[in-house]
Design a protein around this ligand. Structure first.
Ligand SMILES: C[S@@+](CC[C@H](N)C(=O)[O-])C[C@H]1O[C@@H](n2cnc3c(N)ncnc32)[C@H](O)[C@@H]1O
Length: 247
């Protein structure tokens, strides 16, 4: 099934910011989880959908003995990442292309804020798992729905007549993610970690950048587009070192 829509937002956002020394809150949480794993020097870390490399540079500052690479579908952003992060290679390619990931052998993979772009989560998750070494960990940070309902959305900026329908805010249920992992031929172990903003985010000029407001349940509930409530989680998937496939 293909539903028309374009992802337009990323180039402008990531060209216009450099958050190496001002990481997102979730990136600090992810770095803390990685530190607790006490991985050895030389650990290979891959960031898929790395945009202009902000998270890669932050991680390299935290873990100078690890080896970092990125994957990014937009060549302009990949080039910008390479320019801003000497020594961190970035390959231009798509998370949806299984052949692209065949020869990867990452110990740790991050994929933050990417899966909500797609109508199907099975292909990208399986490609990420393919890129992971036995003993490796995949971290996915994405909006999710704890109620077993999946959402596919399109939005358009209504000030301009005939503006393009954009995508990037699909929300899959945690159950659907669990099902994809359960269906894998690999022996996997996974956990979900809730993530909540620890402070308020103000409204921006672009209504599709999230801001927070207080609700009965959440002091800093994220919202986009004046309507859609965003709750995100971190999915942590381990590929055991021994007996990688199911019997
Ligand atoms: C919302 S941004 C998130 C960027 C960064 N990971 C972060 O958390 O700030 C989504 C990124 O995924 C990239 N992307 C979109 N489709 C992709 C695909 N098929 N394969 C790889 N990257 C993709 C976009 O170009 C963009 O850089």
């Amino acid at each position: 099934m293909e539903i028309f829509g374009k992802r337009l937002a990323d180039e402008k956002i990531y060209e216009g910011q450099n958050r190496t020394d001002d990481p997102k809150e979730v990136e600090k949480v992810l770095a803390n989880i990685l530190a607790a794993q006490e991985r050895p020097p030389g650990t290979k870390v891959l960031d898929v959908g790395c945009a202009a490399g902000d998270f890669l540079r932050y991680l390299r500052n935290q873990f100078p003995k690890f080896a970092f690479t990125g994957v990014e579908v937009l060549k302009n952003l990949a080039d910008l990442s390479i320019e801003r992060s000497p020594g961190i290679p970035v390959r231009v390619g798509s998370i949806l292309d299984s052949t692209f990931f065949k020869n990867e052998s990452a110990d740790v993979i991050f994929c933050n804020g990417v899966l909500q772009i797609f109508e199907d989560i099975e292909t990208p998750i399986n490609n990420l798992l393919q890129a992971l070494r036995p003993g490796g960990t995949l971290f996915i940070h994405t909006p999710v729905n704890d109620t077993p309902v999946d959402w596919i959305t399109r939005y358009r900026r209504a000030e301009t007549f005939e503006s393009t329908w954009e995508l990037g805010w699909n929300i899959f249920s945690t159950l659907s993610f669990d099902r994809v992992l359960e269906a894998s031929s690999l022996k996997l172990e996974w956990t979900w970690q809730a993530f909540q903003m620890p402070f308020p985010l103000g409204k921006k000029d672009d209504p599709m950048r999230s801001h927070t407001f207080k609700t009965e349940y959440n002091q800093f509930q994220e919202q986009v587009g004046g309507l859609l409530l965003i709750n995100t989680k971190i999915l942590i998937v381990h590929k055991p070192s021994e007996g990688t496939t199911k019997d």
